[in-house]
Design a protein around this ligand. Structure first.
Ligand code: FAD
Length: 307
């Protein structure tokens, strides 16, 4: 029952100020977000790549409140592209972006987000890599899918994320699987009402399997975004049934979660991509990680009390 409470807190400015200022927070945050700026993150990228892992890089931040912040988000990603260029990793290091960080929720936000994200997608293409559009709460998704479609006219490799907990997603998956795009399937990390999303864990898992089957049978490139051992095994089986080779789908997990499993899958020859977030505006990302596993919250609370 703690999950929904933490997710509600993830949208509270008062909680944001309190948690961000707590003296021990940073050492707990570091487990999931291994750096505050691009200088911190380049060695992390190198290390993961040297271990046979691929990356998708996220500059943390969301729900910005003015166009200046949106432009700063764009510039942070452009700086990241500059720093990735000499590493010559190509698609082994791609980027994930949240359109709310590019201005999507502001006035004329759809156009603003598209205007800000396009240069990032262009710069990524210039160094031989690509961008995936993260999925945020359900009210943002029509705009996200429209921006995805627009970007794919020039950059067909642009990926997007779909969330198994939403009722709409089976139809989205059918559309996306036919069009041959890169699609990351996740369970979903936001607090969504029962009018649009399954609330029961087992129903979400069953939806995940149905949607993954559609993606695997389709013509796109499925990206299995989950740490759930059962879904990972089912993913392998569905890929096998669909006759896909190891380079025709991939697994994705978050930095700091089930790290030994990242290495195990890579050692088995799977493409394993680690979602690696960095930056100073980590509050929303961090709170969703706490909500996913109450044990994280206990660890966090214990470290506050023993300080
Ligand atoms: P769960 O059943 O939640 O977890 C399975 C097991 O994994 C747990 O038992 C535990 O051992 C471990 N685990 C999972 N989460 C944690 C954690 N936080 N801390 C410690 N252990 C944990 N959601 C979105 O809504 N939009 C996105 O764009 C998005 N992008 C994502 C990208 C990637 C690469 C991944 C892996 C997830 C992303 N998510 C996104 C989050 C996702 O929706 C889930 O909230 C998250 O992955 C937890 O679900 P799970 O499939 O891992 O299964």
């Amino acid at each position: 029952m703690l999950g929904p409470v933490i997710l509600a807190a993830s949208r509270s400015d008062r909680m944001r100020r309190l948690i961000s200022a707590a003296p021990v927070t940073k050492q707990v945050v570091d487990r999931f977000i291994p750096g505050e700026d691009v200088d911190d993150i380049v060695p992390v990228v190198r290390n993961l790549a040297d271990n046979g892992l691929e990356l998708t890089m996220d500059v943390v931040g969301e729900d910005i409140t003015n166009p200046v912040q949106a432009a700063a988000a764009r510039d942070a990603y452009l700086e990241l592209v500059d720093r990735l260029k000499p590493l010559e990793l190509g698609t082994r290091a791609e980027m994930s972006v949240k359109l709310s960080m590019f201005g999507q929720a502001l006035d004329d936000g759809h156009e603003l987000a598209l205007k800000n994200v396009r240069p990032v997608v262009e710069a990524a293409a210039e160094i031989g890599t690509t961008v995936t559009l993260d999925a945020e709460d359900h009210t943002t998704l029509d705009s996200m899918f429209a921006i995805h479609e627009e970007l794919r006219k020039d950059f067909p490799q642009t990926g997007c994320v779909i969330q198994a907990y939403l009722f709409r997603t089976e139809a989205d998956a059918r559309r996306l699987a036919e069009s041959g795009s890169r699609v990351r399937l996740v369970k979903g990390a936001y607090k969504e009402p029962a009018s649009v999303a399954y609330q029961d864990k087992h129903e979400i898992d069953r939806a995940y399997v149905r949607i993954l089957r559609t993606l695997m049978k389709g013509e796109g490139y499925p990206m299995i975004g989950s740490h759930d051992p059962r879904l990972i095994a089912i993913g392998q089986e569905l890929a096998h049934q669909a006759g896909r080779k190891l380079d025709e789908y991939e697994f994705q997990m978050l930095y700091g979660i089930r790290t030994e499993e990242h290495l195990r899958l890579a050692a088995e020859g799977h493409r394993m991509r680690v979602y690696t977030a960095y930056g100073t505006d980590w509050y929303g990302y961090f709170m969703r990680r706490l909500a996913e596993k109450p044990a994280n919250l206990r660890f966090f609370a214990r470290s506050m009390l023993t300080k």
